[in-house]
Structure formats: C-alpha cells, structure tokens
Write a protein that binds this ligand. Structure first.
Ligand SMILES: Cc1cc2nc3c(=O)[nH]c(=O)nc-3n(C[C@H](O)[C@H](O)[C@H](O)COP(=O)(O)OP(=O)(O)OC[C@H]3O[C@@H](n4cnc5c(N)ncnc54)[C@H](O)[C@@H]3O)c2cc1C
Length: 387
C-alpha cells in the first residue's frame, strides 16, 4: 500500500513529533485534538540524548533547544544536608524545557511543514480495518494509517488492543514552578538536582526561558481517589510532607503560586502495538513511571521509528511488524527500568539507605549512560539487515 494520508489522534508529544516526521516525507497528515488548545499546563520536562538526537535528525532540535536549557550535569543529594551523594556530567544533548514551549515548537514546525491540526475535534470512533475515523465535528474521514497518540487513558487501545486498564502505582507527584532566584544556594543548583529522602524524592531544574525553575516531589500514597489523574494541590500538604528536609528546598516550594498533584499510573504494553490500519505511540502504548524521565523520550523514539520504517520497508504490514518488535522490546525494558528506579529512589529503611547511596555513587553514571546512549538512527539499519 502506498502511504498518502495519515491521521493522528492526539496533539501531545507523540502525535506532534510523528506529525512532523511523516510530513517531512511528503505525506498528508491531519492531527485531531479533543481540546480547544494544545498549550499544556506549565511544568518542566527533561529530554535526554536518545530523544534529542532524533529531534536533531528531524530538524526540530535547534528551535526546541533555543527555548530550553542545558543543565550540563546532575547532582544527587541527601534530603536533609543537601550533601552531594553522586554527580553526573551531561552534555548539551540533555535539555530541560517547559512542556508548553516544547509542544508549541513541535506544533509550529508541524504547521510550517503544512500539517493540519484540528482542535475541538474529539475522535469518537474508528474503524481499524478501513482506516475510517469519526470526529465530534461530525466528519467521517478515511486514511491509509491512523496513529493512536491519545495518551495513558487511550480509549481506542481499550477498544481495539487489550483489556489492561491504567493501574495506580502507589506514587503521587507534586509539580510546581518558581524562579531561579528562589533556588537553594547550594553549589550546582542550576544543574538538574535530585534529593533522596525517606520514601520520597525531589527534583528541580531550570527550564530555560524567563528564569523559570521546575520542581517535582514524589511521595508514596496508598490510594488515588480523585476522579482525574491531575488535580490542583494544597501547598501546605506538600510542605508538611517535607518536614525535616533541607530548609532552602522547602522555602523554594513556599515561593510557588500553584501546585499540581498527579496520580502516577502505569499500563503494561499490549501484546501487539498495531491492529490493521491503527498503531499505538507514546503513552497510549507504554505509559511508565517518570523516575527516569523517559516517557516523552520514548514517544519521540516511537515517532521517529515508525516514520522511518514506513519508508524503509515497502510493505506496510511488514513495517508495522518491525515497529512492534523494536518498540515493544525497548519500551518494555525502559518501563521495567523506570519501575526499578522508583523502588531505588524511595527506600526508607535506614539500614538500606547507605547501601543505596553507595550504589548510586559508583554505578549511577553507567546506568544513566546506558539509557541515554541508545542510538535509534544507527540501530535501524542494523535491525533491517537482520530482518
Ligand atoms: C510527573 C511526570 C513527570 C514526567 N517527566 C518526564 C520527563 O522529564 N521526561 C520525559 O521524557 N517524560 C516525562 N514524563 C512523561 C511524559 O509527560 C509523557 O510520556 C508524554 O507527555 C506522553 O505524551 P503523549 O503524546 O503520548 O500523550 P499525551 O501528552 O497524554 O497526549 C495525548 C493527547 O491526546 C488527546 N486526546 C485524547 N483522546 C482523544 C480523542 N478521542 N480525540 C482527540 N484527541 C484526544 C489529549 O487531549 C492529549 O492532548 C513525565 C510524566 C509525569 C506524570
């Protein structure tokens, strides 16, 4: 089948990156987004080399990194004394950015390439055999391929792929933004900083423009009883949870205007990432706990991988089989690794903490490097050679 028209459900990181990648190959691409705006909530995101390399190859990196920040390193610290447990050097391929800027840059690039984004267009139903979709704007349209990029609660995945539902992981994330002048005055505060505390950890990094700083605090919670996976949080609750933590860190939290609280959910990968003319990307395919900062990076890897295979392999079915093989393997591993990192980051047993800290000191660098050094551009031709 010759690929001429592609529909994408969802204008998040996966949908927009895939949109750019397919547009660059001369395909007609329509993105349908149920919201009236794609410009998300204010929060930071880190993108590591495994993803930024691909953004570079797609010609998207320069405009994105111009709005972001290169922390050039990361410190892991003790929650109380802020003493450095371990440090990692990072290069300019590791960036931090406000998600709104990332999504805006991706959307700008997609539209400059001639792609269409239809806002307020919730896709109500699809027919995977025919490639037909129906939107809330009452349109029925037919495409050669439908990319399902509708996020962790993907309704189309439930309808056409498997019965797994998102599972609450027992972790809650608090996210807030403040400004660089509110950062703790420890040496290296402008880098990515991670604090390990009993049963919790805290991360902060600058996001680039406007001297903004993003912070995330993750703690354990037995239940998530909210209907939504994201709610506005009460600052005093977080400050109470941070009792005994470095005072400068607590002051930084106090300086924020608004805090959001996320229930952290996970969903195992389906047996297969495609069904007839439909294929899953990003969180719809493999939502993961955020402890390695890889969910968005995996979405970018998915987009690059799928668009490349579609043009390297003539037969669409064969291309989808290869996509499934490569992305299932990689995202399953990252999903597992992220879960393990979660156990590691949240150790509270005082006898295990020094052992954990020793392991971090001597092996963190290698472990991070293994994830960030994955090079899909080099791997694809090798995989294609091996069939
Ligand atoms: C606390 C936290 C911190 C994180 N930090 C990082 C990090 O540092 N680095 C990193 O790489 N990742 C990080 N992630 C993960 C990352 O945010 C996600 O993996 C990524 O945003 C997924 O993008 P997506 O496009 O697949 O899905 P989404 O961003 O969820 O986009 C899905 C889109 O589909 C739309 N949609 C849904 N249904 C329909 C429909 N029927 N019709 C039309 N549109 C529809 C939605 O409105 C939405 O816009 C973090 C996640 C969390 C929770």
């Amino acid at each position: 089948m010759v690929l001429r028209r592609v529909a994408i459900i969802g204008a998040g990181i996966s949908g927009l990156t895939a949109g750019c990648a397919f547009k660059q190959k001369g395909i007609t691409v329509d993105i349908f987004e149920r919201s009236g705006s794609i410009y998300e909530f204010g929060a930071g995101i880190t993108l590591s080399r495994n993803a930024t390399l691909l953004l570079g190859e797609l010609g998207l990196f320069d405009s994105i990194s111009a709005r972001g920040f290169s922390p050039m390193g990361s410190f892991i610290r003790d929650y109380k004394s802020a003493k450095v447990i371990s440090s990692i050097n990072l290069d300019e391929n590791f960036i931090t950015i406000d998600r709104r800027d990332l999504v805006q840059q991706l959307a700008n690039s997609f539209q400059e390439l001639g792609g269409n984004i239809f806002l307020n267009n919730k896709i109500e139903s699809i027919d995977p055999s025919k490639g037909i979709l129906n939107s809330s704007a009452n349109n029925e349209m037919e495409y050669d391929l439908i990319l399902i990029c509708d996020g962790i609660n993907s309704s189309f995945r439930s309808r056409f792929f498997d019965q797994y539902t998102p599972r609450f992981t027992g972790f809650v994330a608090w996210r807030g933004m403040t400004t660089v002048n509110k950062l703790p005055q420890h040496e290296g505060s402008l880098k990515a900083n991670v604090y390990y505390g009993p049963g919790a950890h805290f991360v902060h990094y600058p996001t680039g423009l406007d001297n903004k700083v993003n912070f995330i605090a993750i703690e354990r919670s037995k239940i998530w009883s909210e209907e939504s996976w994201k709610i506005e949080g009460d600052k005093s609750d977080l400050i109470k949870s941070l009792e005994g933590w470095d005072q400068e860190l607590v002051s930084m939290v106090e300086s924020t205007d608004k805090l959001y609280k996320w229930g952290i959910f996970e969903r195992p990968l389906p047996r297969r990432l495609f069904s007839k003319k439909c294929v899953l990307l990003g969180d719809a395919a493999h939502p993961m706990v955020p402890f390695l900062g890889q969910g968005g990076c995996m979405a970018i890897e998915d987009a690059y991988c799928l668009s490349s295979l579609m043009f390297k392999i003539e037969d669409t079915y064969e291309a989808l089989v290869m996509y499934d093989k490569l992305r299932n393997r990689r995202s399953k591993w990252i999903q597992r690794r992220s879960r393990l990192q979660g156990m590691f980051n949240h150790i509270s047993n005082p006898f295990l903490v020094p052992i954990r800290n020793l392991i971090v000191k001597f092996s963190m660098r290698r472990s991070v490097e293994r994830i960030h050094s994955y090079d899909l551009i080099s791997e694809l031709p090798l995989e294609l050679d091996h069939g």
